[in-house]
Design a protein around this ligand. Sequence first.
Ligand code: C5P
Length: 230
Amino acid sequence: MTKSRIIIALDYPDAEAAKDLVARLDPARCRLKVGKELFTAAGPAFVSELVEQGFDVFLDLKFHDIPNTVARACKAAAELGVWMLNVHALGGGRMMAAAREAIDNAEHKPLLIAVTILTSMGPAELEQIGLGADAKAQVRRLAQLAQEAGIDGVVCSPLEVAMLREFVDPSFKLVTPGIRPRGADVGDQTRIMTPAEAVAAGSDYLVIGRPITRQPDPMAALIAIEKELG
Ligand code: C5P
């Protein structure tokens, strides 16, 4: 298992496109994130292939359903040999506890992470779904609920890390997208930090996509980020 903090987002439409990048990466130097697009197109067989190649895989399917269904989905994901998977904290404490129990009973135990509030949701949208406009307060409440349900950590904005570190256990993992190395194209991300800033704030794992995957030499881009992290 790699010690890298860097999780590369495989945001590709199919296995072929993803394989081109994966062939250029070293499983000892990074982890990989498979999300809904690639998983829906390429399926569990592709995830197993990555695991067999020695990659730690974060299966980013953000399960959200009744407790029994989520528990069974988590068990199925654990059986694929993934390193990390996630659920929506908005599914509630019982749902998260059921996911925890399913994983604890599995032979192979991935890290179980929760998503609090999607960073794409602004105050008006949060009001629309009845959560109130204060995203920060919701993130805090849901992270607390996740920790109480035995979840291993949360996905959050790097700008929320310092606030969360004030009250979560030191072992609670904070996984942050929205990372842009110095000088990189910001793209559609808005609330960003550099890798070094995010780690200094208390982030455990950095989810990085285009600043690595869209570079002519992705491995060189990864090494440059490792250097920045020291
Ligand atoms: O290319 P980029 O570095 O922006 O990719 C970031 C990855 O993290 C993408 O897979 C994106 O869907 C994911 N993500 C995010 N913001 C969140 C949650 C997930 O950018 N709040």
